[in-house]
Ligand binder design. Structure first.
Ligand code: IDP
Ligand code: MG
Length: 141
């Protein structure tokens, strides 16, 4: 089934000048970019995006990190996008990620792990709507 997923190139990715390299991998894997922007999250917005993790020990650090600089949210479309994107990026902790995955190759640690990916088609829709209006999503042509 054709699905949509939200990627976010996190502030570490932007700081390391890796946005182009990561987008190249995403495109090479067959994902179509239907929306993309550069933005900076406030602590409030980052906290809202990751509200599901509120109360976890890493939550405050995650909010701090995600609001520490610019990020690049990207709405993606592809057959089986959710699972295929999780495979492309690798495990949350780069130390546990498979070689050749984005996190294994580029990330420093479990917190600063280069890229976000949605975990279900439902959350993909919700997360894309968090960053993009319908008008900003350009269907594949
Ligand atoms: P995911 O991004 O692979 O889906 P989640 O468990 O949803 O991983 O966690 C969201 C984000 O929170 C992770 O990408 C990472 O940045 C951060 N995070 C998760 N677990 C830890 C941890 O144990 N230590 C530090 N940061 C963490
Ligand atoms: Mg997650």
């Amino acid at each position: 089934m054709i699905e949509r997923t939200l990627a976010i190139l996190k502030p570490d990715c932007v700081r390391k000048n890796l946005t182009g390299a990561v987008i190249a991998r995403i495109e090479k894997a067959g994902f179509k970019i239907i929306g993309m922007k550069k933005t900076r999250l406030t602590q409030e917005t980052a906290g809202a995006f990751y509200a599901v993790h509120k109360g976890r020990p890493f939550y405050d650090g995650l909010v701090e990190f995600m609001s520490s600089g610019a990020c690049v949210p990207i709405a993606l479309e592809k057959e089986n996008a959710i699972a295929d994107f999780r495979t492309l990026i690798g495990a949350t902790d780069p130390a546990e990620a498979v070689p050749g995955t984005i996190r294994k190759d580029f990330a420093d640690n479990k917190g600063e792990n280069i890229v976000h990916g949605s975990d279900s088609p439902e959350n993909g829709k919700i997360e894309i709507a968090f960053f993009f209006s319908v008008k900003e999503l350009i269907e594949v042509i």
